[in-house]
Design a protein around this ligand. Structure first.
Ligand code: NAP
Length: 245
């Protein structure tokens, strides 16, 4: 007898870590909603790949920084797949710059996507996630490294970690866990763009495991928290970074 699959929404899943999480959760038996901001082609290609493999998958465009678009995204997923069980807040941006040179616009954009984007989906999830569900927010190990240029980005992720710990308690009675995964450097557009080969190699040598993380390294940790082995982990921040901090 077949049972209907649980449903996972992964924000920012058109590429990078989010796409790896979508592939992994699909392999673990979830139906997946692949959110993206503007890369419809990549999101559609991932849906086609997963559909070919027999998975229920849809692409949903929404700018997570916009509460109205996040509400509409939840409605679309509920109509097409059903109520969401697992929310992965992965969408994010990084633009490093000394704090003194950061414009008001860049400051606002960072917080709108990385912090308000998470707030918007969490607020929807409070009433719209199935009981027994899981929420996994992407933070960053940069919070522990305190490198110059990361003040604004770290500020956005510090807020995400704060949301994670408090929201886990606010969901008492719903049997929903809320955790964060904080990767170290991972070889995606977000990390690689704008860096010289020398800078990339410097980051790769930092962890005792002496390499950059790959999207699948992070997807495996998210899958653990989304699956039955993660059931007793709640309100935590799990660093996945090869031991860099
Ligand atoms: P990425 O390769 O740059 O991909 C970013 C994803 O987020 C894309 O799917 C993008 O969609 C989506 N996105 C961006 N703005 C959005 C918005 N306003 N609304 C909806 N989706 C939006 O990034 P990544 O490296 O995979 O990073 C994923 C997460 O991991 C981020 O939260 C990041 O801060 C965190 N992280 C990354 C690293 C690293 O080294 N890579 C380390 C620590 C933490 P489009 O394709 O449509 O633009």
């Amino acid at each position: 007898m077949s049972t209907s699959p649980q449903i996972a929404l992964i924000t920012g899943a058109s590429r990078g870590i989010g796409a790896a999480i979508a592939r992994r959760l699909a392999r673990d038996g979830f139906a997946v909603a692949i959110n993206y901001a503007s890369n419809a082609d990549q999101a559609d290609a991932l849906v086609a790949e997963l559909t070919q493999a027999g998975v229920s998958a849809i692409a949903v465009q929404a700018d997570v920084s916009r509460a109205d678009q996040v509400q509409a995204m939840f409605t679309t997923i509920e109509n097409k797949l059903g109520k969401i069980d697992v929310l992965v807040n992965n969408a994010g941006m990084l633009k490093t710059m000394p704090l003194a040179q950061t414009s008001d616009e860049l400051y606002a954009q960072n917080f709108a996507i990385n912090t308000q984007g998470v707030f918007n989906t969490l607020r929807e999830a409070a009433t719209r996630l199935n009981d027994g569900g899981r929420i996994i927010n992407l933070s960053s190990t940069t919070l522990a490294l305190n490198l110059p240029g990361y003040a604004i980005y770290n500020g956005t992720k510090a807020a995400v970690e704060a949301f994670t710990r408090v929201f886990a308690k606010e969901l008492r009675g719903r049997h929903i866990t809320v955790n964060a995964v904080a990767p170290g450097p991972v070889a995606t557009d977000l990390f690689l763009n704008g860096k010289t080969e020398e800078q990339i190699q410097t980051f790769a040598r930092m962890p005792p495991l002496e390499r950059l993380g790959q999207p699948d390294d992070i997807a495996g940790v998210v899958a653990m928290l989304a699956g039955k082995d993660g059931a007793w982990v709640n309100g935590q921040v799990l660093r996945a970074n090869g031991g860099v901090a």
